[in-house]
Design a protein around this ligand. Sequence first.
Ligand code: F0G
Length: 493
Amino acid sequence: MREIAYQKCINPACGATYAIDEVLFGCNQCGNLLDVLYEWDRTPMPREMTFFETRWNTRESVTDFSGVWRFRELLPFARERDIVTIGEGRTNLQRADLMAAEIGMRPGHLSLQYEGLNPSGSFKDNGMTAAFTLARMLGRKRVACASTGNTSASLAMFASLSGTHGGQTKQGIVFIGSGKIAYGKLSQALDYGALTLQIEGDFDACLRRVREASDQLGLYLMNSVNPFRLEGQKTIMYRILEARDWQPPDWIVVPGGNLGNSSAFGKAWAELFELGLVEKIPRLAVIVANGANTLYELYENQGVRWNGGHVDHEKIGQLYDRMDRDGYKPHTVASAIEISRPVNLPKALRALDTMNGLVREVPDEAILEHKAMVGRFGFGCEPASGASVAGLRLLLDQQVIGPDEDVVCILTGHELKDPDATVLYHTGIDMKAAEAPPPRPTTGKYANAPIKVADDLDAICKVLGHEDEVPATNGETITVGYHHDDASVMKEY
Ligand code: F0G
């Protein structure tokens, strides 16, 4: 463990600190989120960002090859030998002149950060490498997450690769909402051998359950409430700087779901500024779907702000109570961001404060239209990522962003994550509405069918069992706690 790193409650009125080997996903004193912080004056720190260019020549080192760890001085919580890396973060910032012209910007001012080019096809790999590194440092064998799909794909890939390479992780466990996940993402979790629980509920329900199950069974939680995830996601900002010859843009535009990215970006810029490594902080635009617009409602309509850490939790609670009373369920074609209770909300409010930010909501039609535009002019992206470009178009129309400001839109996920959405847009054929034939028994050696489980902690724990009885995930031996006569636990195939 590196002692220069520690965890600290984000609530300034509390400020409790914890060692990094204390496994916590909230402050023990007051329940707020935790940050990973560093004693910067006790660790070697480059004087200028150009220092990192030396790493471009040393790619035979796996840590220099990684687009996350080549910036390791800016997330110094691990020793080099502890790092778990699969070659993540080697992503592109592409100038998008044709698209700029299409949406009324001047050439040279719009760029797209293609995080879909990560190994598992989304930005999540940036954070997963950091969280897996901590799991290795802590010797944790079972890791788990709730997911709208990309986190599970990334977790499953890291779990299988680190298992294969003699790491300690023996099992990746993912909780996904019934019918809530794009097939590209589901197929990844199954292929990489994660134990996949399909919970009868939405993402918010899955996250609640995985937190409870992690407490009860000692699983190591890999969602973005894990502050180490966000340390890895800071590097998206470093790579944008790197691609722009270390000059910050005027705007970063990012889709918002659980608000991990927005939070990580705010922390990245606050630290770079404090360390004297940048002189300017770009503005942040967080774009949500209007069918999942909690942040927009709170920030833009109700004026909830970070307010020096004195967040108006009462207003947030009132909104959540109202959503419960009305039986509100988020709904958007961008299933990745179909989230109504973003866990990183306070950190995102802090990021909006640091980056003089704003929030916009966009309808599904605009999301699909701008996703298609990205495809027409570039590598393509999944629907949630299209939200950032739809948001940019709105901000141009509103004259909040000018045509010759430097804008970077973050494209968070690969086009092939959700091919159904693309086919529907172009052909009108709704593959998701098609009736599936009855499943046949799977016989492949590596078959790994998901298990359907009620939204019920006991049923979930029964399926997961305890660490010493970790079930194999090869499709035929998932038997722990599973009984054919138990109505709450049903094997799907
Ligand atoms: N874009 C994509 C493609 C995503 O998968 C997600 C989140 C987001 C944007 C939102 O990012 O949570 O940092 O605000 N997907 C999560 C998942 C929730 O489970 O894969 P955020």
